[in-house]
Design a protein around this ligand. Structure first.
Ligand code: ADP
Ligand code: 5GP
Length: 227
């Protein structure tokens, strides 16, 4: 009776460093990597131990990143904590057209730029349960020294005020609950009426008439109960 648009959705996920964006997204992809795809960004920052070219990021020299900006290679880009970060345009359209949801894990300035370009994207903000817990997670992650943590923490402090520009906020206290909430948002978004392409009758009028005239169908007991 309803034909929905078969296109994928563009999902923008932001939140302060250490809130758990990466952890949540990895879990979402573990559960389903057929209809979900994480866009791999380019960055001019150094790889952290364990990070891999083309898997965590495409690592570019500052000059190469700037050359790609000039060539219009990025859907959006920004300078965050002293380094460039950008979303390559290629593949995004193709994935969306194939019905695959595209996830962008980007900071708030980049998200604001996407909102201007594609307001119908879904904007989700991942919030830590407290700033104290955020510092604890950043320290436990052990990927930055104290100086860098402080820089990220100061940015985080500004970022949490931007939450109202998003469509959804998910507090990542208990990880399983946070993942479930993000999945519920994605499911609910698929039910939006603006995804309907066509509403049509799937049964001929004569057949409906026959069904209505069917003598075996007796609903008198229902009406008795109502009285
Ligand atoms: P982000 O991608 O937002 O910078 P990460 O996903 O790297 O954050 O998470 C930061 C750290 O916090 C990681 O060490 C991760 O294992 C941990 N973490 C993520 N979610 C939770 C949670 N709900 N409870 C406790 N620790 C968490
Ligand atoms: P990190 O250095 O911790 O990997 O990332 C720092 C911040 O940059 C995070 O908030 C992350 O979401 C953001 N980021 C990663 N890739 C992109 C991107 O392509 N564009 C923008 N605007 N931000 C990004």
């Amino acid at each position: 009776m309803i034909k929905n648009k078969l296109t994928g959705q563009l999902i923008v996920i932001s939140g302060p460093s250490g809130a758990g964006k990466g952890t949540i997204i990895n879990k979402l992809l573990e559960k389903d990597n057929k209809t979900r795809w994480l866009s791999i960004s380019a960055t001019s920052r150094e790889p952290r131990p364990g990070e891999k070219e083309g898997i965590t990021y495409y690592y570019l020299k500052k000059e190469d990143f700037e050359e790609k900006i000039d060539k219009g290679y990025f859907l959006e880009y920004t300078n965050y904590a002293g380094n460039y970060y950008g979303t390559p345009k290629e593949h995004i359209k193709e994935k969306i057209n194939k019905g695959i949801d595209v996830i962008l894990e980007i900071e708030i300035e980049g998200a604001a730029n996407i909102k201007k370009l594609i307001p119908e994207a879904i904007f989700i903000f991942i919030m830590p349960p407290s700033l104290k817990e955020l510092v604890k997670r950043l320290k436990n992650r052990g990927t930055e020294n104290n100086d860098k943590i402080l820089k990220r923490f100061n940015t985080a402090y500004k970022e949490v005020n931007e939450v109202t520009k998003y469509n959804y906020v998910v507090i990542n206290d208990k990880l399983d609950e946070a993942i479930e909430k993000v999945e519920s948002i994605l499911k609910a978004e698929k039910c939006r009426v603006d995804r309907i392409e066509e509403v049509f009758l799937d049964t001929k009028e004569e057949e409906i008439h026959e069904l209505l005239m069917d003598n075996n169908f007796d609903n008198s007991r229902i009406s008795e109960k109502i009285q």
